[in-house]
Design a protein around this ligand. Structure first.
Ligand SMILES: [Zn+2]
Length: 487
């Protein structure tokens, strides 16, 4: 397999595409506006101690001073012991290395802690703690033990043996020794850099920023067989190179600057593929297609044959379509980053051997997925059920919002339905107020229908109530919106 990563950078957003054998497999998008400062480490200065609140204000170089409570200043072991006073721990003017735990909101400054931690893909590194812990969300006891043992033994092999503690993140489930150890080495190197900056950095400046997406990508995606990384920003190309030189030297030579005339996401039709990944329907080469529906509870994928299928080769055509669908589904799950429960309705196959082969291809294709997934079986109705770990937002959640016209239902009441609602409403108003005339404000399609197909019904209603009903198009009304004005 030949893999390539394309990075498209603008001041507003970072987009990363993972292409395998010329086909887009994964897309990551990060908007600059949504990035907070949680996790950043600063060399701050105490500006005010508040003994009454057992807290202090720290200047970290932001507009507003940040807030720290006494519990967040003490070493973790000491916090259970006799309550220390903030005035013993901190004094005005004192430099203090702190990490942000909560973004500043409105007039409130950021919240801080001195208990530092740095995340990587599988681990969180805690320089001030000796412990190894496992995320509660990994439930399997044997797996927890396995991971803990791997990290404990990894610690002994690290260049700096009393290096602090680790928390094993949920993403580590099922991950091997080599990957975990690579993460540990990475974190320890990163921490060395931070420690150096702790001393050398001027006061009230950041000494560690959570890595931006384009660098995290290098850290997370790169351990696979990626041959080339192309990035379309010259400035960040140098940053990426520098990062690789320090932390992943074997990668450095594979990073290239893309100065191309064509937008970088025109390569391999990445831009088109992202657009397609937001649609419900996925066309298959064999003529069949998938229909993907994402609801809150689960994602359902329906496999269909396209158009006319001859009688003679029916089973063969269905088998071929299902095989192609199995590969396409695995790709769509990654590309759309769909998580949770996924139900696939393949086209019914009579031959057991065909069923087995389709499942086998699905399983095989899912192996390439970085997100943990599990085929949980075939239901009585022949539905294939699987789960896929939710990591971040799906592509749709990142790029879209619920449609305000249909409120996310995906369908609208027909003009006919709205016309009949209007008739009922007029009858109700007539009984209550009996005004002289009625004016109906509605969308173009509803007014058109009232004046055409429903004109006889309107005439009947007018003679029944003995009043005139007038209509007016409101261009900005959606199809379901209307008002009845009494005059
Ligand atoms: Zn809609």
């Amino acid at each position: 397999m030949s893999g390539e990563v394309l990075i498209n950078l603008t001041p507003m957003e970072t987009r990363v595409a993972v292409v395998e054998n010329g086909v887009l497999q994964e897309a990551f998008i990060e908007r600059s506006r949504r990035r907070g400062i949680v996790g950043n480490i600063y060399k701050g200065k105490v500006v005010r101690v508040l003994p009454g609140m057992q807290a202090a204000f720290i200047d970290i170089g932001l507009e507003r001073a940040a807030f720290i409570h006494v519990n967040e200043v003490l070493p973790p072991e000491a916090s259970h012991e006799e309550p220390a006073s903030i005035s013993h721990l901190l004094h005005t003017g004192q430099p203090l290395v702190v990490q942000v735990t909560k973004d500043p909101i409105g007039s409130k400054g950021a919240r801080l802690t001195t208990h530092l931690s740095i995340p990587s893909r599988y681990l969180v590194y805690m320089p001030d703690s000796p412990h190894v812990g496992v995320s509660q969300r990994i439930e399997d006891d044997a797996e927890r033990e396995r991971l803990k043992a791997l990290v404990e033994s990894g610690k002994i092999a690290l260049p700096d043996k009393d290096c602090g503690g680790f928390i094993i993140r949920t993403a580590a489930e099922g991950v091997g020794q080599e990957e975990l150890f690579a993460d540990m080495v990475f974190l320890q190197r990163l921490w060395q850099k931070v420690s150096e900056r702790r001393i050398s950095a001027p006061i009230m400046t950041p000494i560690y920023d959570d890595l931006p997406l384009f660098i995290r990508t290098l850290r997370d995606v790169m351990r696979d067989q990626i041959e080339k990384v192309r990035i379309d920003s010259r400035e960040n190309y140098f940053k990426l190179k520098e990062f690789a030189r320090e932390f992943m030297p074997t990668m450095e030579s594979r990073i290239e600057y893309y100065p191309g005339e064509r937008p970088i996401f025109d390569l391999y039709s990445v831009e088109d593929e992202i657009q397609k990944a937001l649609g419900r329907k996925v066309q298959l080469k064999s003529g069949g297609y998938l229909v993907i529906d994402q609801t809150e509870a689960m994602t359902t994928i329906d496999v269909n044959t396209g158009g006319y299928v001859g009688h003679r080769n029916l089973e063969e055509t269905i088998f071929k379509t299902n095989l192609e669908a199995a590969t396409a589904i695995a790709r769509q799950l990654r590309l759309r980053n769909l998580g949770g429960i996924i139900i696939i309705d393949f086209i019914d196959m009579e031959e057991l051997e065909h069923q087995r082969q389709v499942l086998r291809v699905l399983e095989k294709s899912l192996e390439r997925d970085h997100a943990k997934n599990k085929l949980t079986g075939v239901t009585e109705l022949g539905l294939v059920q699987l789960t896929r770990k939710r990591t971040r937002e799906s592509l749709e959640q990142t790029l879209c919002e619920a449609c305000p016209t249909c409120l996310g239902r995906g369908s609208l009441k027909t003009p006919e339905t709205i016309c009949y609602e209007i008739f009922r409403e007029i009858l109700r108003e007539e009984r209550a107020y009996s005004p002289e005339t009625y004016m109906v404000l509605a969308s173009q399609s509803v007014v058109d229908r009232l004046l055409d197909e429903e004109s006889a019904a309107v005439a009947d209603l007018e003679s029944f109530i003995g009043k005139t009903i007038r209509f007016q198009v409101e261009a900005h009304y959606s199809q379901e919106q209307y008002d009845i004005v009494l005059m």
